[in-house]
Design a protein. Structure first.
Length: 186
């Protein structure tokens, strides 16, 4: 049985290193795991309960539909001013509603990422874990990957061509697949 993992990337920039890391995850997904990078976070307006009416925000409905079909989530978060990017927080907000019916539904969630700083975005990733846990996801705290120095490290190398990153990412993916498989079997 294959598990479906929905990847959400917290950077909208075309050359985003987190986007490249997500592409590497798709490329190196373990057998029996399908990773889909959600496209369209930029199209979702900031969460506002007044507009959260069925049929009113198609982009948010698409996100909720993808989340409903997923067995697990993999977040890729850069760090913006020491915290989580707004686009990723907005996705969490939309998936947390309606109250009591979270799109995360207790499914496993892992947060990884890369950032320019010396710690690889750990503050933002910790904030993402906190927010998604409150929103109903089952955050797998022990699975972490924070890659520092993204601007220089990936200046001329795609993350999928960095042997150390590939080894670490492959381990993260195998562990997430295991948690997702357990959740599906339960």
């Amino acid at each position: 049985m294959s598990v479906r993992i929905l990847a959400l990337v917290g950077s909208l920039r075309a050359g985003s290193h987190n986007r490249q890391l997500a592409e590497a995850a798709v490329k190196f997904a373990p057998e029996g795991a399908d990773i889909e990078i959600f496209e369209g976070l930029a199209d979702i307006p900031f969460y506002n309960e007044d507009i959260d009416v069925e049929g009113n925000v198609p982009a948010a409905a698409k996100l909720r539909e993808a989340a409903g079909a997923a067995d697990a989530f993999l977040f890729f978060s850069p760090e913006y001013n020491g915290t989580i990017p707004a686009v990723l927080k907005n996705a969490i907000d939309w998936l947390s509603r309606p109250y009591g019916a979270s799109g995360f539904g207790g499914k496993p969630v892992v947060v990884v990422g890369t950032a320019y700083g010396q710690f690889g975005g750990v503050w933002a990733q910790d904030e993402a874990r906190k927010a998604v846990g409150i929103a109903g996801g089952k955050v797998i705290e022990e699975i972490k990957l924070s890659i520092p120095g993204s601007v220089t490290r990936f200046a001329e190398t795609h993350p999928s061509e960095d042997a150390e990153v590939v080894a670490q990412l492959t381990e993260v993916l195998a562990q997430l697949k295991g948690h997702a498989g357990e959740a599906v079997a339960a």
